[in-house]
Design a protein. Structure first.
Length: 168
């Protein structure tokens, strides 16, 4: 049996922009279905199977992302959607923050994305792209330096931890 996991990010209006951005950073294929195309989950009042009811064009959430995914040939995979009926922008259900304080790092997010590479060089391109418009929490080390990890929060509020995969 083979099992894989895919991180699924929940946004309040920025899922399309975030997915397009992650595709520009990591490459791969982008697939997006909107609520107008895919529909909104509907419970059967008689207890039967749930179904999906498409939204009419022009409905407030019709152009928002019902399901989206970026799949890269390099193994990168992330999914996202806009929470139906939510307002505003950014990640849904957060309010947490990561930052530095005297004595170390403090964070209370419910999740991070971890990005490992075989070398520091493998990580430098994604680091540069993800940090633009974001907040660097623990910088990516320079060549020759060692650090247990590096950390940033990108422009969409997603916190990433970077690490070099240990040699076996």
């Amino acid at each position: 049996m083979s099992v894989t996991t895919t991180t699924h990010l929940n946004f309040r209006g920025e899922a399309r922009q975030a997915l397009e951005f992650y595709q520009s950073v990591f490459g791969g294929r982008l697939m997006i279905a909107t609520y107008g195309q895919f529909g909104v989950p509907q419970d059967d009042p008689d207890g039967g199977p749930s179904g999906f009811a498409p939204l009419p064009p022009g409905a407030p959430d019709a152009d928002r992302v019902a399901f989206g995914v970026v799949t890269g040939e390099n193994g990168f995979r992330v999914a996202a959607y806009d929470v139906f009926g939510s307002t505003g922008e950014g990640l849904a259900g957060t309010g947490a923050a990561t930052g530095r304080r005297a004595g170390g790092l403090t964070h209370d997010e419910s999740l991070f994305l971890m990005l490992n590479g075989d070398t520091l060089e493998d990580l430098s391109g994604p680091w540069k792209a993800l940090s633009e418009g974001g907040t660097v929490i623990a910088p990516l080390p320079s060549a020759g330096e060692t650090s247990p990890y590096s950390m940033l929060t990108d422009r969409f509020g997603v916190t990433w931890i970077f690490g070099v995969t240990p040699a076996h």
